[in-house]
Ligand binder design. Structure first.
Ligand SMILES: NC(=O)c1ccc[n+]([C@@H]2O[C@H](COP(=O)([O-])OP(=O)(O)OC[C@H]3O[C@@H](n4cnc5c(N)ncnc54)[C@H](O)[C@@H]3O)[C@@H](O)[C@H]2O)c1
Length: 494
C-alpha cells in the first residue's frame, strides 16, 4: 500500500499534546481536579491537526463536536467512515448542519482510499469493539496516529496484533479512558498517591448496572462475546483500568466465575410474558414488557438505528430475553497484581441502581468511595454515566482514629464529568503536564482488557489464568509513583 504524503506528528508532540493539566490539594484534601491549561507561555502556536472519524454511531458525536466546535481553532474534520451507508449519510448531514461544510464520507471498504485522499494526522476509531483492531492497525500502517474508544480490542490475538503494529510503525495509540478524568475518581487517585491510607494491600470493588442501562447491553451487538468480549471486556475495561491506574499496578493472574440468569427466556416467562421475541419493534407483548425499547418513539434512536436498518440488517432493539445471548449478567473476578495487592471485583447487570462502591484497604487505613449514576440509555439523548452528586462519597477510615468524609469535587456531564476533561486533554493544542498521568496509550489499553480477557478464559476453563500467557512481554504503562511497600508505617494509636 502506498504511504500517504502528510505531515508527521512526532511521538513526543502527540503524547505531550495529550497529557494534562494541573490540579491542587489542600492538606491532602483535593479542592479542584478540573482541567486547567498549564502550558508554557513560550509554547509555539500549534498547527491544525487533521482528523478522520471511523464509526458514526452513538459515541462518535463527542469527538465530532470537539473537532467542529470546542477545538475548531486547531482541529479539522477531514473524513467520516462507516460500513452503514445510511448512518454515514446521516453523519454527513449532521456535520453540514453544525459546520456549514461538507466532509467526505467513505465506506469501510474504502478506508485506505480515505486515508490517501484526505490525509488525516489522526484517525479516531468509534466502531463496534470487535472491529477496532482493523482500523487501528491499518491507520498506523498508513502513517496515522490513532485514538480509540475503549475497549482497545476484544481478545488476546487482536491485542497482540495491535501492540505489534504500534511497535512496527512507531505510531501512537491513545485509548480514551474517560473515567480516569472524572473529578471524584481523580480525587481518589490523589488521596492514594499522597499516602493517606498508606500502601494498598487489597481492594473490594463492586459495580452495578441497572435494568435500564444494564439491560441495554443485552439488546445490541454487545450481547455477543465475539462482538464485544462480553461485559468483562466491554464494560469492565473501564473498571480494571481504574484499578490499574489507582494502584499504579499491573494485573498478573485472574480467577473468575460468570453466569447469565436474569436476561434469559425463562426469566421472560417468570415476568409474565408468554415467551421471548425477536425484537421490541415488532414485539407482540410490547405493552406488557417494561424492557420494551421504543425505537420509533425516540427521534434520536429512530434516525440513528431504525431508519438505517435496511443498509445492514442490524437491529438495535433485540429482545433482552432471547436465547442466543452469550454474555454473562453476573460476574465475580479475583485478581492478583504485581505490587502484591489483590482485588475482589463483581459486575452485576440487573440491579435496582447503577454505580459502584469500592474499598481500598491500606497499611494506614481504609478509603471507601461510591458513586450512583443517573438512568441512561445509549444514544437516546440522555447523558451517559452522569453522577448523582448526593450519592457520591469518599470516606477515610484511619487505623484507630475517627473516620472523616472528603468533600467530593462534582463532575458535570458525561461519564462523571470525565468526557469533557478528557477531550480537553486529547485536543489541547499545547503541551501540558498532568501529575496524575491520565492520558493512556496502548499499554494501558492492553493491561485493562487483558484482565477481562483472562476472566473470560477463567470462566470457560475454571482455571487461574496468567496474563503473561495471553500476551507475553507486556510493557508496564506509565503511572505516578505510589507509597512503597517498604516504607515505615506510623504505629497506630492504642
Ligand atoms: N468511553 C465510553 O464511555 C463509551 C461510551 C459509549 C460507547 N463507547 C465505545 O464507542 C464505540 C462505539 O459505540 P457506540 O455506542 O457508538 O455503538 P453504535 O452501535 O452506536 O455505533 C457503532 C458504529 O460502528 C459502525 N460499524 C460497525 N462495524 C463497522 C465496521 N466493520 N467498519 C466500520 N464501521 C462499523 C456501525 O455502523 C455504527 O455506526 C464502542 O467501542 C464502545 O465501546 C465508549
Amino acid at each position: 500500500m502506498p504511504t500517504p504524503h502528510h505531515t508527521e506528528i512526532s511521538r513526543r508532540e502527540f503524547v505531550a499534546a495529550t497529557a494534562l493539566v494541573g490540579t491542587s490539594l489542600l492538606a491532602g484534601i483535593p479542592n479542584t481536579i478540573l482541567a486547567q491549561n498549564s502550558s508554557s507561555p513560550a509554547a509555539e502556536p500549534a498547527r491544525v491537526r487533521r482528523y478522520a472519524l471511523v464509526g458514526v454511531g452513538a459515541r462518535y458525536s463527542i469527538y465530532r463536536d470537539a473537532i467542529l466546535e470546542t477545538y475548531s481553532g486547531h482541529a479539522k474534520l477531514v473524513a467520516l467512515c462507516d460500513n452503514n451507508a445510511g448512518r454515514l449519510a446521516l453523519a454527513r448531514r449532521k456535520v453540514r448542519q453544525k459546520s456549514g461544510s461538507d466532509v467526505p464520507g467513505f465506506s469501510a471498504s474504502d478506508f485506505d482510499r480515505m486515508i490517501q485522499e484526505t490525509r488525516p494526522d489522526i484517525v479516531i476509531v468509534t466502531t463496534k469493539d470487535s472491529t477496532h483492531h482493523t482500523y487501528l492497525i491499518r491507520a498506523m500502517e498508513l502513517g496515522c496516529d490513532v485514538i480509540t474508544e475503549k475497549p482497545m480490542t476484544t481478545d488476546a490475538e487482536k491485542c497482540r496484533a495491535i501492540l505489534e503494529a504500534s511497535q512496527r510503525t512507531g505510531k501512537k495509540i491513545i485509548v480514551t479512558f474517560n473515567y480516569r478524568y472524572s473529578p471524584p475518581r481523580t480525587q481518589v487517585k490523589e488521596l492514594l498517591m499522597n499516602g493517606v491510607i498508606g500502601d494498598v494491600l487489597s481492594v473490594d470493588f463492586h459495580w452495578l448496572l441497572d435494568t435500564h442501562h444494564g439491560a441495554d447491553y443485552f439488546r445490541r451487538w454487545h450481547s455477543q462475546k465475539a462482538e464485544s468480549g462480553g461485559l468483562l471486556v466491554h464494560k469492565s475495561t473501564h473498571h480494571f483500568d481504574l484499578i490499574n491506574w489507582w494502584l499504579s499496578a499491573s494485573p498478573m493472574s485472574v480467577q473468575a466465575t460468570g453466569k447469565r440468569e436474569f436476561y434469559t427466556p425463562a426469566m421472560a416467562r417468570r415476568l409474565g410474558l408468554q415467551s421471548h421475541h425477536e425484537r421490541c419493534h415488532t414485539c407482540p407483548e410490547a405493552a406488557k414488557c417494561s424492557f420494551h425499547l421504543d425505537l420509533a418513539g425516540n427521534p434520536k434512536l429512530r434516525e440513528l438505528y431504525l431508519e438505517q436498518e435496511s443498509h445492514d440488517g442490524y437491529f438495535r432493539d433485540r429482545c433482552v430475553f432471547r436465547p442466543d445471548i452469550d454474555i454473562e449478567d453476573t460476574m465475580n473476578v479475583s485478581v492478583r497484581y504485581n505490587t502484591g495487592a489483590t482485588l475482589a471485583y463483581s459486575l452485576n447487570a440487573f440491579n435496582g441502581w447503577e454505580g459502584y462502591h469500592i474499598a481500598f484497604n491500606g497499611t494506614k487505613g481504609r478509603l471507601e468511595h461510591g458513586v450512583q449514576e443517573q438512568v441512561s440509555i445509549s444514544g437516546d439523548g440522555s447523558v451517559p454515566g452522569a453522577l448523582k452528586p448526593e450519592a457520591t462519597y469518599i470516606r477515610i477510615f484511619p487505623l484507630r482514629a475517627p473516620a472523616y468524609a472528603v468533600p467530593v469535587q462534582e463532575g458535570v456531564g458525561g461519564h462523571g464529568g470525565g468526557d469533557r476533561i478528557m477531550l480537553d486533554d486529547i485536543f489541547s493544542p499545547v503541551p501540558t503536564t498532568d501529575k496524575f498521568m491520565r492520558a493512556s496509550d496502548e499499554r494501558a489499553g492492553a493491561a485493562s482488557i487483558l484482565t477481562g480477557i483472562a476472566a473470560n478464559e477463567a470462566i470457560r476453563t475454571g482455571r487461574t489464568v496468567e496474563i503473561a500467557n495471553l500476551v507475553p512481554g507486556l510493557t508496564r504503562p506509565d503511572y505516578p509513583s505510589m507509597p512503597g511497600s517498604n516504607e515505615p508505617v506510623p504505629m497506630p494509636p492504642r
